[in-house]
Every structure is written in structure tokens, then in C-alpha cells.
Design a protein around this ligand. Structure first.
Ligand code: ADP
Ligand code: MG
Length: 343
């Protein structure tokens, strides 16, 4: 079925440019997560791959076959929408087997496969239930079962966890990845939740304003973000302006040496700042326990920084860091503050 190639795809809605020259490669069997703020074009890109909307320009191919212009039913895709879109007048089993019957499978075979899928999403016992008798998490699992029952090797999921409580989301994403891997599917999953992306993805695609900013494994994009926006979208980041002179600069009270010259933006994750009894003099302005860790807001010479620690440091007055854990970025053309905005 896959791989999928997206080449130079743009999409306008009137004067709104929802996608700008998007290029993307998705390999067979990959769990791909498209991550980005609301309005960045994630749904538009997913619908372009599904064939639900027409492209303004560019092309898409699936398994080496150009599908640009082909209707969704000829692309062999299972789609799970943001709101489950279950058939309310059908039982769980009828929902799960509907797509197969619509494709001309016999009733018996459709039911058998439908039951297999219900078992996979742990709903076998509820096959006679109507959607409204199921919890939100169950309805979501049913929507996934229905999409997988079509037998398509490519599963497209548009913010499938949105309507669910936090702890059910966490549970369901583990299940979802397991099922996709077990069935050997390729999944493209859209979310604006960075934690969900990290937990699910083999490959994360980070988008902003209709463009793909970076593609990589969760580890790569977190450790080596290509811009301040990516760094801050994937987790908290402290940004500090610094100017190198012959590769030397002072950053948060420490001397740092690099191969850089001129003005840069230093980026340090809250977990890489250490509260200490030496180093830069700071003032704690806020301390909040966050379950397994603590979050401090501190002030360093009028600069607000966020620090994350594993234990309570009480009344602490200094801060240090390891220079090896600092990332440096060139000032974005539009300016740092503007470059961090979602739209
Ligand atoms: P996301 O899924 O990342 O939130 P979308 O792909 O839904 O983003 O939207 C991208 C941009 O295109 C947004 O500016 C949105 O308002 C616009 N858009 C989406 N669908 C339509 C439409 N049918 N008509 C006009 N504008 C649209
Ligand atoms: Mg969307």
C-alpha cells in the first residue's frame, strides 16, 4: 500500500493559503504524527492525502501510483474523524462491519472481520450496544475498529482523542499504536498535543502556517529543533539573547565558548537549568509541584526563566547549567516573538 509521496502541494481556500509547497515522504508501516497549532493546515493535508479535497497544485502518490484527482474510495484509506461520526442507529458490530458490506463482502464475512476488529479494540463484549450506550473512549475505539475493518493498510486519524478525558487518552494511545503495529498498518495521525505526538510517533512532522518545518523521530526533533518555534512547541524552552565575540559570550552568568560569531538566541530547556548554591544569582518568583516534578519561575536580572526539578529546593538563590545542553539559533527573520506565534 504505502509509501506516500507528497510533492509541492499547495491548497488555497479563496485567498487563504492553507498549505504552501508541502513535500513529505511516509514509509510503509510508519506511525507518523502531524503536529502543529490549530489552523496550521494539518486537517487540510490529511484530507489531501485522503482525496477528500482537491489540491490547488502539486501531486500525491501512494505506492508509486499517482492518486491526485482520484476519489477517496479508490485510495484504500481508513479515515477516523475528529468527531467519531459513528452510525447512531447501528449496533457496534454493524458499525464495525458496515464498510465491508458496502464494499460487497458477504454478510457472514463482514461480521467475522467486524468481530475480529471489535476484539482488537476490546469491545467484543459490547457488539450489540448502540453507540450512545458506550462511553466516549469506547465510541472512539469503535470508530478506530470501523476504519481498520475496511482492510485498508493506511489509517488516517484526525485528532482522534480530542473528545476524551486525559487519562483515557493516555491509555488509548498505547492501544492505538499497538494495534497499528500488530496489523502492519501505516498511520498518519493529526494532533496539536505534543505529548501525544511524542508517545505515538515513529516520525513527527511539525507544521506551522501551512508549511512543514521539520520532520524527524521524537528524539531528534526534541534534541535538535530546527527553529525556536519547533523548540517551544515540543516542550517548554527558555530563550536568552547572546552575542559571541571571537566565540566567547557570557550567558546566565557563565562563560560559554562556541564556534559562533555575532548575535544568537540561546535556548535552554527548563530541565537543563539547575538550582544551585553557586552560579547566576536568581530570585524564585513561583514554585508549583507538578506530580513527579517541580516547576519554578525564577527571575534573573529581570529575565523570567522556567526551571524544572525533580525535588523541592526550598529557598534557593542561584542557578547553573551545562553549556553542552544549550542550543543556539539565528534570530528568525520575523523576530523571535513573532516566530513563536501559532499563526
Ligand atoms: P488544522 O487542522 O491544523 O487546525 P486546517 O487544515 O483545518 O488546520 O485549516 C488550515 C487553514 O485553512 C485555516 O486558516 C483554516 O481557517 C482554513 N480553512 C480550512 N478549511 C477551510 C474551508 N473549508 N474554507 C475556508 N478556509 C478553510
Ligand atoms: Mg484540524
Amino acid at each position: 500500500m504505502p509509501p506516500i509521496q507528497v510533492r509541492n502541494v499547495s491548497k488555497y481556500y479563496g485567498s487563504v493559503k492553507a498549505l504552501h509547497n508541502v513535500d513529505l515522504d511516509i514509509n510503509d508501516g510508519e506511525y507518523v504524527v502531524m503536529l502543529g497549532p490549530s489552523g496550521c493546515g494539518k486537517t487540510t493535508l490529511l484530507k489531501s492525502i485522503a482525496g477528500i479535497i482537491d489540491l490547488s497544485s502539486g501531486s500525491i502518490s501512494i505506492s508509486g501510483q499517482e492518486v491526485t484527482g482520484l476519489p477517496p474510495e479508490d485510495r484504500g484509506i481508513g479515515f477516523v474523524f475528529q468527531n467519531y461520526a459513528l452510525f447512531t442507529h447501528m449496533t457496534a458490530l454493524e458499525n464495525a462491519s458496515y464498510g465491508l458490506m458496502a464494499r460487497g463482502e458477504t454478510r457472514e464475512r463482514a461480521k467475522r472481520i467486524g468481530r475480529d476488529m471489535l476484539r482488537l479494540v476490546h469491545l467484543a463484549e459490547r457488539e450489540r450496544a448502540m453507540p450512545k450506550e458506550l462511553s466516549g473512549g469506547m465510541q472512539q475505539r469503535l470508530a478506530i475498529a470501523r476504519a481498520m475493518a475496511t482492510g485498508s493498510k493506511l489509517l488516517l486519524l484526525d485528532e482522534p482523542m480530542n473528545a476524551l478525558d486525559a487519562h483515557i487518552r493516555t491509555e488509548l494511545r498505547v492501544e492505538l499504536r499497538r494495534m497499528v503495529k500488530q496489523l502492519g498498518l501505516t498511520a498518519i495521525h493529526v494532533t496539536h498535543d505534543q505529548e501525544e505526538a511524542m508517545a505515538l510517533a515513529d516520525k513527527i512532522i511539525i507544521m506551522r502556517k501551512g508549511k512543514v518545518l521539520q520532520v524527524g523521530t521524537p528524539k531528534e526533533v526534541y534534541a535538535n529543533p530546527s527553529s525556536p518555534f519547533v523548540a517551544s512547541f515540543l516542550g517548554e524552552a527558555n530563550f536568552v539573547r547572546v552575542t559571541f565575540d571571537n566565540g566567547l559570550a557570557t550567558l546566565l552568568g557563565q562563560n560559554v565558548k562556541t564556534k559562533l560569531e555575532g548575535p544568537y538566541i540561546a535556548c535552554i530547556r527548563p530541565e537543563n537549568l539547575r538550582l544551585d548554591h553557586k552560579g547566576a544569582k536568581i530570585k524564585v518568583t513561583n514554585l508549583r509541584p507538578f506530580g513527579p516534578f517541580f516547576k519554578y519561575d525564577v527571575d534573573y536580572n529581570g529575565l523570567q526563566l522556567s526551571v524544572r526539578t525533580t525535588h523541592d529546593h526550598g529557598d534557593i538563590s542561584h542557578l547553573t547549567y551545562d553549556p553542552a545542553e544549550v542550543l543556539y539559533f539565528k534570530e528568525p527573520e520575523e523576530g523571535l516573538e513573532k516566530s513563536l506565534e501559532a499563526v
